[in-house]
Ligand binder design. Structure first.
Ligand code: HEM
Length: 498
């Protein structure tokens, strides 16, 4: 039989693992990637943990070469059985859910909608939504004697929902005021808070063991499906109204037109796949950016001098940012990279090997039986956890101040490790994953992130409060304050005059 090395890999102490929940309960109870990072400091960037419910040992892969190998070979390393059923339940069977040939087809069809040219065409919508957000916050501050504490997540996420609504299917969610926008926000809030409880941890393990259980209409599963129901109804209505137009600049119009022009009917998406992709884009296209953006605003609130430096740069530039402009603002670029390095919206992913394989390593691993391995043999069925933040704050790569918010590192010669020392991916980070399954929306995400941030700091000033904000995953990066998910209080005033 094919030999594997997993049993010889280093591991965090067994005493930290319970016989029933393995090391996975400690991971769930900690902050996003906290335990992975702690254990990597002792075990190195490639180690094993004990799985819950007698699941075979899981490999934690934070080694660059190993992660690149896993991401590049996306036919051999697929999303885990625990991941896909909840995705189908909430988002439908769109791009995030699809695997193999189905994924390749959907991706090929959708890719042109996210090209640099297409994103350029979205610039006016993005700017208008950012301006609306800044006005809403400004009015709120002015009506509260010049300063007020807000839950910034509510503001960032209504803005990113506005943007994706407009660019995905020409729909205006009117700053969270439409019925659907309110329903989406309420269901998502329920979904996030439900995901923080112990019951959700157990449910995730049960789904991993018995994926078909998602067909049973349990209350938690029905709650997840509610988001899809709301958006499906909305997409159907818009399709019926013929909202996807000949001249429309939204993503779905672009796709339908491209299809028509090619005249290859069979190469297109089915009506159900279109609806499922609208669901997918609406949800992954707004909560993700909003999460990283909110944490970046918190960092700027905690570093007022960096916030002021960013404000000065934006004011000096003096006009609304076009797609080409955003590349020119050096400090803005540095702040966004630093925000996405420390607070990736999706801080970890999971993959399963479909076949026996040998995984290369950047740094050899010392096994428990005293050997040194520069590559590791794994068997089909092996589960991997890939913690992004752990890779981004590795002090042996990023230096002693790796965990600190220091945008300056990106614009100081030698401030960032050379590309050869970093993983393959946007700016040497794995924030957007890499390979054939990288984030299809990354250009839009970075562009809207920059435009919203620039528009906000130009008009407003953000201050830290005394709240203790924890960083959790449910199912994307979430602030948790006083036990409540999706809550990140910031005190907001008007920006000081130039
Ligand atoms: C800061 C914002 C964002 C971050 C950090 C982010 C991150 C990611 C990551 C890590 C993945 C891979 C997930 C995995 O394989 O486990 C992913 C996939 C994906 N993202 Fe994003 N994303 C962001 C914004 C967006 C936006 C704005 C859109 C769409 C408008 C989008 C659409 C997608 C889609 C459709 C996939 C699945 C791609 C595929 O499997 O082929 N994302 N994203």
């Amino acid at each position: 039989q094919y030999q594997q090395d997993v049993h010889r890999l280093p591991s965090p102490p067994r005493r930290l693992a319970s016989w029933l929940w393995g090391h996975e309960l400690a991971i769930f109870e900690g902050e996003a990637d906290e335990m992975y990072t702690k254990w990597a400091a002792a075990c190195g960037a490639f180690y094993k943990i004990k799985g819950a419910l007698l699941h075979p040992d899981i490999i934690v892969a934070a080694d660059h070469a190993a992660v690149q190998h896993i991401f590049q070979n996306s036919d051999d390393y697929v999303k885990s059985p625990a991941f896909r059923p909840p995705v189908a339940n909430v988002l439908g069977k769109g791009l995030v859910w699809a695997e193999g040939d189905d994924h390749k087809r959907q991706r090929r069809i959708l890719a042109p909608a996210f090209s640099p040219e297409s994103i350029k065409g979205m610039a006016d919508d993005v700017s208008e939504c950012a301006e609306k957000l800044a006005s809403r916050l400004t009015n709120f501050v002015l009506s509260h004697a010049g300063g007020a504490t807000v839950n910034i997540v509510e503001y960032t996420s209504t803005c990113t929902l506005d943007i994706i609504g407009r660019v995905a299917f020409g729909h205006d969610f009117r700053s969270g005021q439409t019925t659907e926008a309110k329903q989406i926000a309420a269901s998502w809030h329920g979904h996030v808070n439900g995901g923080l409880g112990f019951g959700a941890f157990v449910a995730m393990l049960v789904i991993r063991a018995v994926p078909d259980i998602t067909r049973i209409p349990l209350p938690a599963i029905k709650a997840g499906g509610r988001i899809r129901e709301i958006i499906t109804k909305l997409s159907m209505r818009l399709i019926d109204r013929g909202i996807f137009t000949e001249r429309g600049r939204d993503i779905m119009s672009i796709l339908m037109r491209a299809d028509k022009e090619r005249g290859e009917k069979e190469a297109g998406l089915t009506p159900q796949q279109i609806v499922d992709n609208v669901n997918t884009f609406i949800m992954v296209g707004h909560e993700t950016t909003a999460g990283s953006l909110s944490f970046t605003l918190l960092e700027l609130a905690r570093h007022p001098e960096k916030q002021q430096r960013l404000r000065d740069e934006v004011r000096e530039f003096g006009r609304d940012l076009t797609y080409d402009d955003v590349q020119r603002l050096e400090y803005l670029d540095a702040v966004v990279k630093e925000g996405l390095r420390l607070h990736p919206a999706s801080p970890q992913t999971e993959r399963v090997a479909l076949r026996d394989d040998v995984i290369p390593l950047t740094k050899p691993v010392r096994t428990t039986d005293g050997q040194t391995l520069s590559c590791v043999r794994v068997r089909a069925g092996q589960v991997f956890h890939v913690p992004f933040t752990t890779m981004h704050v590795n002090p042996s790569v990023w230096g002693a101040n790796a965990a600190q918010f220091r945008p300056e590192r990106w614009i100081t010669p030698g401030g960032v490790p050379p590309p050869s020392a970093l993983p393959h991916g946007w700016s040497g980070l794995v924030t957007f994953c890499d390979g054939p399954r990288n984030c299809i929306g990354y250009r839009l995400a970075i562009f809207e992130f920059k435009v919203i941030l620039a528009t906000l700091v130009r008009a407003l000033e953000f201050h830290d409060t005394t709240a203790v904000v924890r960083e959790k995953i449910s199912p994307t990066l979430q602030p948790v304050t006083d036990g409540r998910g999706g809550l990140l209080p910031l005190f907001v005033t008007l920006a000081p005059p130039a």
